[in-house]
Ligand binder design. Structure first.
Ligand code: PHE
Length: 454
């Protein structure tokens, strides 16, 4: 049989469980909070088209590659490269993934904490009667406070650790199988509500009508970064989940399903948000505040708005939770397999380190807001550096590894389950992994950071 066997490892129990967990990782704040504001700031419809092209041409092949690496090696990202390329420095790609995991978890859990604050505000009527200036002030003063964001961060971190403590099958798989369908239903209700608002057409036009004059090198880099962030690829989350997938799973099919779900949720989030934004005459390029300032403003002008606000922030919190568990799992798998800790000890160590790092990031808008690196506070630094630099770079190295430094027949073996599946797409996949993805990621990257002008 193909691959390495480390028996005694936990694994996902069913195909549905694999899709729920991987889609749970992919679908998150990236789709509902980040995608709409990045799209709003980068030209709307034209951004969407570039996003979709990158998703299919690069995102899906990179996801397949990570699953191949994970299932073949049965290891965390660092261990995977150590097993597949012994004695070579490729494991550093895995190390980079662990660093990204820390950085993502730090700012991501902070935003997830804000969703809990807003859930609480919805229940206690905190934003009733406030206009958009007051809502902005409320958001800014909340973020610059020291205690509350740190408190919500801690609550969220503990919830994440508790699920991971339950294990892969009984914690992650079981919880995502419940949370993901709930999330989908909540999102559909939000879309229907938004589409029935007067003037919804303008929002749809913004989302779907491309204006290519808005496209620059930075737009394409933002789209690339968003695809990587949204699919959870380029840092080993999918390698880690891949290592828990059983041998009879069709990895290509799983990648396509997960990517389609992820894209559908991003587009549905756009449909839920932009018609409402336009119906209430707000600028679509309000940035990262879009979700937290614009939407509460809109909710309270709607009949029954507080119910929708509650649903919306619950949706965000659930989506975030199914993603934070996947990031924590990367660190836990690394600590337990590479450092030889028990899973429980690994979780405690990972959680404590996250508290230290995450609370710094969460405070970065308040107390430590003056501490800046490259003109960015810790929060923005982690957000931008991971999506636009570390993840695409990780993805680039992953495809170069699989395309050029790993036996093609082993990759094929993994994608066809040792010959029992037909993989008619294989030559196309191979061509993308060897040529298209490395060249495209390099060009977009150099162009986006201004080192290349096209
Ligand atoms: N994909 C998640 C989202 O879109 C974020 C994430 C990134 C999760 C990287 C894991 C790894 O919200």
């Amino acid at each position: 049989m193909s691959g390495f066997d480390f028996s005694g490892r936990d694994s996902f129990g069913s195909r549905l469980g694999v899709v729920a967990a991987a889609a749970g990782s992919a679908v998150g704040l990236g789709n509902i909070w980040r995608f709409p504001y990045i799209l709003g700031e980068n030209g709307g419809g034209a951004f969407l088209i570039i996003y979709l092209v990158i998703m299919f041409a690069i995102g899906i092949p990179v996801m397949m590659s990570e699953l191949v690496i994970g299932r073949r090696s049965q290891r965390n990202p660092v261990g995977a490269f150590r097993v597949l390329a012994p004695g070579k420095p490729w494991y550093l790609v895995g190390m980079m993934g662990i660093i990204s995991a820390f950085m993502i978890l730090a700012f991501y859990t902070a935003v997830a904490g804000w969703t809990l604050e807003y859930l609480y505000q919805t229940l206690t009527g905190g934003f009733s009667g406030k206009n958009s200036t007051e809502l902005t002030a409320m958001f800014d003063s909340f973020r610059s406070e020291s205690l509350r964001p740190a408190l919500w961060f801690s609550v969220f971190m503990i919830a994440t650790s508790a699920i991971v403590l339950g294990g892969v099958r009984k914690g992650i798989e079981k919880s995502t199988k419940i949370m993901m369908p709930l999330l989908f239903i909540l999102l559909l209700v939000m879309c229907i509500k938004s589409l029935t608002l007067p003037g919804a057409g303008k929002g749809l036009e913004f989302l779907f009508k491309p204006d290519f004059s808005k496209i620059t090198g930075t737009t394409v880099l933002m789209a690339l970064g968003q695809v990587f962030f949204s699919l959870s690829i380029g840092m080993g989350t999918i390698i880690t989940y891949g290592s828990y997938i059983q041998k009879d799973n069709n990895l290509a099919g799983t990648s396509v399903q997960v990517s389609l779900i992820d894209t559908a949720v991003a587009v549905l989030a756009g449909i839920a948000i932009f018609p409402a934004v336009f119906a209430f005459g707000i600028s679509p390029s309000s940035g990262e505040a879009l979700t937290f300032i614009v939407l509460p403003g809109i909710f309270q002008q709607m009949p029954g708005g507080m119910i929708f606000a509650f649903m919306f922030f619950l949706l965000l919190a659930l989506a975030a939770l199914t993603s934070t568990i996947s990031v924590l799992e990367v660190i836990v798998a690394y600590f337990s397999e590479q450092l030889g800790l028990t899973r429980r000890k690994a979780i405690i160590l990972a959680t404590i380190s996250m508290f230290v790092l995450g609370i710094t990031a969460s405070l970065s808008l308040g107390l430590t807001g003056r501490v800046k690196l490259f003109g960015l506070n810790t929060f923005d630094l982690f957000n931008t550096t991971t999506a636009n630099i570390l993840l695409p770079l990780g993805g680039l190295l992953i495809v170069i590894f699989l395309g050029w430094f790993f036996p093609g027949k082993d990759v094929k073996d993994e994608l066809t389950n040792a010959g029992s599946l037909k993989a008619r797409y294989y030559s196309l996949y191979r061509f993308i992994v060897r040529y298209v993805a490395p060249i495209a990621i390099t060009i977009v990257f150099l162009n986006g950071i201004g080192l290349l002008k096209i």
